[in-house]
Design a protein around this ligand. Sequence first.
Ligand SMILES: [Zn+2]
Length: 350
Amino acid sequence: MFDKSTWIKLPRNVLVGHGVLDQLGEAVDELYLSGRPLVVTSPTPNELAGDRVTAQFAADDPATVVVETASFESIERVIDTAEREDAGYLIALGGGKPIDIAKMASDHLNLGFVAVPTAASHDGIVSGRSSIPEGDSRHSVAADPPLAVVADTEILARAPWELTTAGCADIISNYTAVKDWRLANRLKNVEYSEYAGALSELTAEMLVESADSIKKGHEESAWIVVKALVSSGVAMSIASSSRPASGAEHLFSHQLDRIAPGQAIHGHQVGVGSIMTEYLHSGAKGQWSDIRDALASIDAPTTADELGISDELVVEALTTAHTIRDRYTILGDGITEEAAIEVATRTGVI
Ligand SMILES: [Zn+2]
């Protein structure tokens, strides 16, 4: 008997390009949302574009809440403000933090939200996944993706360059994430979507092929990266899982967040993780050096040193990453310290 079913949640309006911020009002109009918008932002993006956002909603008396950290306290504050101000929907303006916070708050409030990213630093800007630090671990939840994404390349191009290279590295890591997903499908019968897997790999391929155009100060870099982040988010939506874009390299990064907090940014950590997990997948003659070269060509770190993390902590993260969550990857039920030192040394990470 056929009893499969699927529910794909995607953003309805996606605007990417030069100056599209001024079309935010129009994009929101088409969503038939009602009531006051609450702009959820952090200090720098608010200074950069807060007025340009609220000016487009002057008739609806917009409210603003500024959050400083990604925490449950911030989510609470946004929820309280939305209730007090009787907000009809949320507009997240900023990098990963305000978007993750607005995503979780809107889920709790049963309100729609719109994402206006000001940095192309990771694929969470489009996806329905959200993650917030909780104690010494991270709390990752499924929430709805934004109803609209308005990504202005003029603004994204002004973000610190390392945020853009982190976004690129997050996309390059799709290669190993999909390998882990297929492995989990073969060994653990985890459901695999050919369509989502292919889209995720194609996204990484297209980014690597455009690596020559990804250069500091070029607005076109922001265009290439943010389109890839959208496409990666769509792959996750199709799969109803972060699997297409998150494998062992992400477990490694989450573990680094715990044992070396604040040392390096997400995308850079997963990039370095990807070099090593590719080695574990395909061996010394495999494609790990292609991943390393792709990262190097866009200025992303390829070594522990460049991440600012000690060799010992890299080895520790590698040997303990499998304990982070119940997600089967090439790390299986853990690799030994000797194996971790071997892979990290052979790939030049340590
Ligand atoms: Zn990521």
